[in-house]
Design a protein around this ligand. Structure first.
Ligand SMILES: Cc1cc2nc3c(=O)[nH]c(=O)nc-3n(C[C@H](O)[C@H](O)[C@H](O)COP(=O)(O)O)c2cc1C
Length: 212
């Protein structure tokens, strides 16, 4: 496991004005994201959080990341997990998300999930799941960027993702992604019409990325 660290946070560079924290939080909140459950059974204890900082990082090797507050009381235990599960929350998981962000002892109460033999906790009805191990941790200001190696992925069962935007939950409007309104092209790549009908949702995006 690679552990790297940046220099500790400093005051703003000379001549630069400090950014008001409220302004910064609002600007961060303008960027919409999905939400994942990061969870594992560690030494027999279910542990995890909800995280909106999840993102894909690398195809080869397969890597993803999320950021966790340096003050987190959960991370010191969770990072000991040999494997941890990432479950992309579905748009009916708003209550689940709040529960996973709430009091530690209640986070998994009543939740439907599976635990792999290696201890990754994967939620039922997730949009996609990843079975991961910690690849690297990078201290970055008041957070730690956790890079995870992906060992296995689960495609989910067709649910739509929960969206987190401006401190509130939202749903995707699939009509906005109707290829017929996009003149058959996204970012110069041909749109896979099957993607709009639900099943292989990644195809159009993959093609767009390949074309970039
Ligand atoms: C929608 C949502 C997104 C969140 N995203 C993150 C995140 O990316 N990183 C993080 O450290 N905490 C995030 N949290 C907070 C954690 O889920 C959890 O409440 C926090 O880690 C609890 O503190 P603990 O780590 O001391 O248990 C998020 C909470 C919510 C409701």
């Amino acid at each position: 496991m690679t552990i790297q660290s940046t220099t500790p946070p400093t005051s703003p560079p000379e001549g630069a004005a400090a950014i008001d924290q409220r302004t910064l939080r609002d600007a961060f909140g303008a960027f919409p994201s999905g939400v994942v459950a990061v969870a594992a059974s560690v030494k027999g204890q279910l542990t995890g959080i909800a995280a909106s900082s999840f993102t894909s990082v690398s195809i080869d090797p397969p890597l993803v990341s999320f950021s966790i507050a340096a003050t987190s009381s959960t991370w010191p235990l969770l990072r000991e997990a040999g494997r941890m599960g990432i479950s992309v929350l579905a748009d009916h998981h708003d209550v689940v998300c709040r529960q996973l962000a709430g009091p530690r002892e209640e986070r998994f109460t009543g939740l439907p999930f599976k635990v792999t033999t290696d201890g990754a906790v994967l939620l039922d009805e997730a949009v996609a799941t990843y079975d991961c191990s910690v690849h690297a941790e990078v201290t970055a200001g008041d957070h730690v960027i956790v890079v995870l190696r992906v060992h296995r992925v689960g495609a989910g069962d067709g649910h739509h993702p929960l969206v987190f935007h401006r401190s509130a939950f939202a749903k995707l409007h699939r009509d906005d992604l109707d290829p017929s309104r996009l003149d058959g092209r996204i970012n110069g790549a041909d749109v896979d019409r099957g993607a709009a009908e639900g099943a292989p949702e990644r195809s159009a995006r993959d093609e767009a990325e390949d074309a970039a």
